[in-house]
Design a protein around this ligand. Structure first.
Ligand code: S6P
Ligand code: ZN
Length: 192
């Protein structure tokens, strides 16, 4: 029997969807080794294992033909000079794309391919970002006060490869420099 169509709303501001099947909260402790300044990371963690980002998922079967949707909310903040961000991942099925629609806040999507191409695109309300197949992606909130809120859609069979990024890091980082927001080469990037 075919599934029945459904709809839900994403009220703004706030963007907490009217339908939520799963709510993920990622805290500082789950980001071990991801931020450049390990010392500041440890000091912040010793004080408070704060929530860095949240995801509201609308669940569907994780199979080809389905589309998985949800809302990603990255909170404002920094570890040292580096803005709060998601862990970031490749899709396990590398040849799967993703669409992000920015609803609130400001930030960047940091992307790279396994071959080492990089691309960092700004996110602001109204921006639609197409992440092509093969590109790892991480969202970064650069606002001082506002959450970065995006709606995402990707293929049901995509899966998540977090291990590659945990091992290597991303080639580019988004930091607060002397003259404002800067995109820099990751000095800790671990070439394989
Ligand atoms: C899934 C999609 C988003 C992210 C979310 C959190 O393919 O890209 O739902 O899962 O933005 O990021 P991460 O890197 O922790 O999955
Ligand atoms: Zn993804």
């Amino acid at each position: 029997m075919a599934d029945f169509p459904f709809s839900f709303t994403i009220p703004l501001p706030g963007a907490v969807p009217s339908r939520i099947d799963n709510h993920i909260r990622r805290t500082l402790s789950s980001m071990k080794g991801q931020f450049l300044d390990h010392e500041t990371y440890q000091a912040m963690l010793a004080e408070d294992d704060r929530v860095i980002y949240e995801v509201y998922e609308i669940q569907r079967p994780a199979v080809e033909g389905e589309l998985l949707m949800g809302i990603s909310i990255v909170h404002p903040g920094k570890v040292g000079n580096e803005f709060f961000m998601t862990k970031g991942h490749f899709h396990t099925v590398l040849d799967t794309a993703e669409v992000y629609y920015c609803l609130q806040g400001e930030g960047f999507m940091v992307m790279e391919t396994p071959e080492g191409e990089t691309c960092v695109q700004p996110l602001a309300p109204g921006n639609v970002l197409y992440v092509p197949p093969r590109w790892a992606h991480r969202s970064v909130c650069t606002s001082r006060q506002a959450d970065l809120v995006t709606f995402f859609v990707y293929p049901g069979n995509a899966g998540h490869d977090y291990g590659t990024i945990e091992r290597l890091g991303f080639r580019k980082l988004v930091v607060e420099g002397e003259n404002g927001i800067e995109i820099i080469d990751n000095p800790r990037y671990a070439h394989e």
